[in-house]
Design a protein around this ligand. Structure first.
Ligand code: NAD
Length: 357
């Protein structure tokens, strides 16, 4: 099986973590009889330096022609003062829209080997957690009509939350399908006691769920969900929610798992192609120093193998190799106890993963 992967290394630590991940992918290819070809494209700050724009046309075309896209991170202080339309982050929004990516998958789990980094109470940590946030990515209040006007109390601003049945149906299906690859439970999060969009969300999710009798579906109000995530995260398997609620709750979920250097993500649309990237940024403070933790990007590549290429065995093997590294005490600086643990470089950690694959 051969696959074309578009690489967007981006800025800061992006090139280091993507190059590390390519080494891991090549080892997985050798072991599982796969073949990957890679083509790199600029996006973000480095693309602004090269071409004057954050997302050149060739990058979009290259990503559309590839089987999938692996991205490091974009942005950094060098480009912070540019006007909004020229900021590196524009590249991410542009890619999502060009590739039609409306589903964001973010797993968050507690690694037993790193439980000391978890900010939750010991009795909650002892139960562990392993959840998958499914966030709608292209609708809702972030994309609705907005404006400024004169209101009852003087100048005011307004934003609109709107969801169509079609948008809710497709994200519900993505969550229900993902649940079938996991523990077959979906919690749908809304604010149906107040918002009309949430009431439509709730009835649509339940109608779609009739096609998935093997998956249990429960509703939860967003305020309760924010509380349950810190009180009892082990009760969640798959969580599905709107763009804004998902933005907030997925950051909460990543925080409780202890290290952003470990958390992957996938953005998917129709068909198999997707955009796979770590949830962290370009970490300009450690860029070019071989200190970055490559595991979130390596785990993003494992998600790519699972969701874009249906290569579950190779994905499982990469995830198991990462687990084994952590259990064996391999640590980069961001997850190490500086006094007791030997700190590995980005390439050192990559080699440990490859050795266990
Ligand atoms: P950040 O995630 O880049 O860094 C926050 C802290 O975490 C820093 O101390 C950093 O050194 C550390 N860190 C992050 N990833 C790490 C890793 N893999 N290994 C070790 N340490 C790691 O967030 P920030 O500082 O708020 O943002 C820096 C730049 O990244 C900004 O320009 C921001 O806009 C951009 N950003 C990009 C993305 C993306 O490309 N998807 C996401 C978030 C932020």
């Amino acid at each position: 099986m051969s696959y074309q992967i578009a690489l967007i290394k981006g800025d800061g630590i992006g090139p280091e973590i993507v190059e590390s991940t390519v080494r891991v992918l090549d080892k997985a290819a050798e072991k599982y009889g796969l073949s990957f070809s890679y083509q790199s494209y600029p996006a973000g700050g480095c693309a602004i330096d090269l071409t004057g724009e954050p997302l050149p046309k060739e990058t979009v075309e290259g990503c559309l022609a590839a089987d999938s896209v692996l991205l490091g991170a974009v942005g950094g202080p060098k480009w912070d003062t540019l006007p909004g339309s020229l900021r590196p982050e524009k590249a991410l929004l542009g890619l999502r829209s060009a590739l039609g990516l409306y589903t964001n998958l973010r797993p968050a789990r507690l690694y037993p080997a790193l439980k000391d980094a978890c900010p939750l109470r010991a009795d909650i940590v002892a139960k562990g957690f392993d959840l998958l946030m499914v966030r709608e990515l292209t609708g809702g209040i972030y994309f609705g009509d907005r404006g400024r006007r004169d209101g009852k109390y003087g100048p005011e601003a307004w934003d609109t939350e709107a969801y169509s049945v079609m948008e809710i149906e497709r994200i519900a299906r993505a969550a229900l399908e993902a649940a079938r690859k996991r523990r077959k439970s979906v919690i749908s999060i809304d604010k149906a006691n107040v918002l009309e969009t949430s009431r439509l969300w709730r009835e649509t999710v339940h109608r779609v769920a009739e096609d998935y009798p093997d998956v249990t579906v429960e509703d939860m109000l967003v305020d309760n969900a924010a509380m349950q995530l810190v009180r009892n995260p082990s009760r969640f398997d798959v969580v599905v929610t709107s763009n804004m609620f998902g933005d907030i709750l997925s950051d909460e979920a990543s925080q409780i798992s202890g290290s952003i250097g470990l958390l992957p993500s996938a953005s998917l649309g129709e068909g198999k192609r997707g955009l796979y990237e770590p949830i962290h940024g370009s970490a300009p403070d450690i860029a070019g120093q071989n200190k970055a933790n490559p595991l979130a990007t390596i785990l993003s590549a494992a998600m790519m193998l699972r969701y874009a290429f249906d290569q579950d065995a190779a994905a499982d093997a990469i995830e198991a190799a990462v687990d084994a590294c952590l259990l064996d005490g391999c640590r980069t600086a961001d997850i190490a106890d500086a006094h007791t643990e030997r700190v590995l470089t980005c390439t050192g950690m990559t080699e440990e993963v490859i050795r266990r694959l």
